[in-house]
Design a protein around this ligand. Structure first.
Ligand SMILES: [Zn+2]
Length: 126
């Protein structure tokens, strides 16, 4: 999980409906389905594949919507979108002396959990 972002992991990609400032969007992902009983997981799988193809590990601004087709009451389409970004997730290769890393709520950059200020944007961390 990524501190400061609420969401969930699917297919190895972190999905969040929240956005982040100052994080470059690698690719805007979209998935669409005309199948009425579409499982949202199949749309997320499409988004996750797009994100991973672009080198991203996180999708922010994740949205999905069911849209009725007014031409046919039985026809419903699904759209899912998100912005794929790469966030440095705390792992064994990164982090401070205590081995942990947190994410700046302002810019999303990874900083040591012991840091008082974000090294990327100078935001004060509490
Ligand atoms: Zn920052």
């Amino acid at each position: 999980m990524i501190p400061g972002l609420s969401g969930h992991v699917f297919d190895g990609v972190f999905f969040s409906e929240q956005g982040l400032l100052n994080v470059p969007v690698l690719v805007h992902c979209t998935a669409h389905s005309n199948i009425q009983n579409t499982n949202i997981d199949s749309l997320k799988r499409t988004l996750a594949a797009q994100a991973k193809a672009a080198g991203a590990n996180t999708i922010i601004n994740f949205k999905y919507a069911q849209r009725a087709n007014f031409m046919s009451m039985s026809s419903v389409s699904w759209d899912a979108t998100g912005d794929a970004v790469f966030l440095a997730v705390a792992d064994s290769a990164q982090g401070g002396a205590d081995g942990s890393e947190v994410f700046c709520p302002k810019c999303g950059g990874g900083v040591s959990s012991t840091a008082k200020f974000c090294r990327n944007c100078g935001n004060q961390l509490t």
